[in-house]
Design a protein around this ligand. Sequence first.
Ligand code: DON
Length: 577
Amino acid sequence: MPSMNALPPTSKSSPDGSVAKAPVWYWGFFVLWLLVLPVAHAAGQPPAAAIASAHPAATRAGLEILQTGGNAFDAAVAVSAALAVVEPYSSGLGGGGFWLLHRVSDGKEVMIDGREKAPLAATRDMYLDSQGRPVAGASIDGPLAAGIPGTVAALAHISKHYGRLPLKQSLAPAIRLAKEGFAVNEHYRRMARLRLDALRASKAAARQFLKGGEVPPPGHVIRQPDLATTLQVIADKGREGFYAGVLARRMVKAVRAHGGVWREKDLLAYQVVERKPVIGHYHGWRVVGAALPSSGGVVLLEMLNMLALRDIRAMAEADRIHYLVEVMRRAYRDRARWLGDADFVDMPLQRLLSPEYARELASTISMTRATPSEKLADFKAEGRDTTHFSILDKQGNRVAATLSINYPFGSGFVAEGTGVLLNDEMDDFSIKPGVANVYGLVGAEANAIAPGKRMLSSMSPTFLESESGVAILGTPGGSRIITMVLIGLLQAVEGNAAEHWVRQPRFHHQYLPDEIQVEPGAFSEKLQQELKKRGHRLSIKERPWGNMQAVYWNRKDNEVEAASDPRGGGLAIKSSK
Ligand code: DON
């Protein structure tokens, strides 16, 4: 805010009644100050708050909290908890996530790591049979697939250390939604159909999410009284309400009765970690990316470092797409080869993120031929649902959060009497070197299962900042998350509106399988032919992917934009509070 000292001196009456005039030099400064005022103000505080999330009820829950005196962090707690209720196929109390925060009062940037951890009784080969072959579905369906959840610990942590309101108040909208219910839509039905067998296998899940053992009809209201009670216990007791006591005992008992390996000490020991985001630069923008155990920051910056070496905007379309694909292929190779939980493995991060390495890697790109993934040196593969929201408050605090229970409806298992749907995030580990997970990703030693270890993630909540503005973005989409964020980010750097970042047609390469995955309609016939001529294999997908939620504070024009991916049913709103 401008200080009062910047105003012209108040006219003073002199004893003879004449009015003393401010000196001419002063008026010069005053006019100058009036000119810079909008810029100075814009740099400090946005003209509006904004929230974009994947469900209208969750966006409204966040808005309610902002309007009752909460900051962006309180709103993030409210949105996360509401999504846990109304998007049960995407995230929840039985899952985890990453919350990227920027606090304006001291400029603190931190990633709250609420990623699930492998139970202490987990073993490296727990999803393999006696011949060392992966057991179909073992890391995806039922409670053996569930990591120890981190969401509740993260919400309690964010509320306590960053929020203004008590946890009770921030959880209130979610409790209400769990009691009153929400109406089933087509997306819910598609997700439930996909996971019908897993949901039917858990009595409590079938009761909570199906109707008579079938996918509920559109408009059917899903009420979750057990989940409302669990949220209330957390509101009253904080994290202890979930990780200790009756609720914890109930979850452990149910998990163990159905083939899982959780113990009470797993829950008691769970801690969130505050991690330093991965920072990089691209064409004058500062990029704040997700830290490990998300591969998002490292892979994104590796790609940007290679892109920065060429003027991709000046390239013909086929050249640009080819170069982008080759960049994606190489960065995803490094993901598979090197990355895992930083608390467990040493990784050559400095080298991976260095400009020299980017130059070395980029020098192996031929502009006329695709590099077959198997020919990339130094790695032999031997040995969906999720949600994102973005928030900006009127002080300028910001949150980008991507949360997950992994596959739609997670493991499909609800611990009886808790309403908590458990994740199947264990599948994000490399269950055997070179064996692809549900998103087709392969991994190596760095991402092998170990007790208490966090599984590597692609979730990439991201900030971008320059004199022009501040962007907050992210999306669900498994292995494709990082390339979606890249495509959105390039739109932002080009100066396009947030609406374009979320709308932009998508394509993706993840090293293995060695193919360009393409959204329907994203590539023209001509472009497809040109890419095939260079040796690329194209896989045109039937359905589009992702559900990007973005907020942009345009500092130059002092305007705020919020945009929700047209592929999903989310809601982006701005508010003067
Ligand atoms: O952490 C990860 O990378 C995955 N569990 C995310 C899964 C996901 O985005 C599914 N969404 N469609």
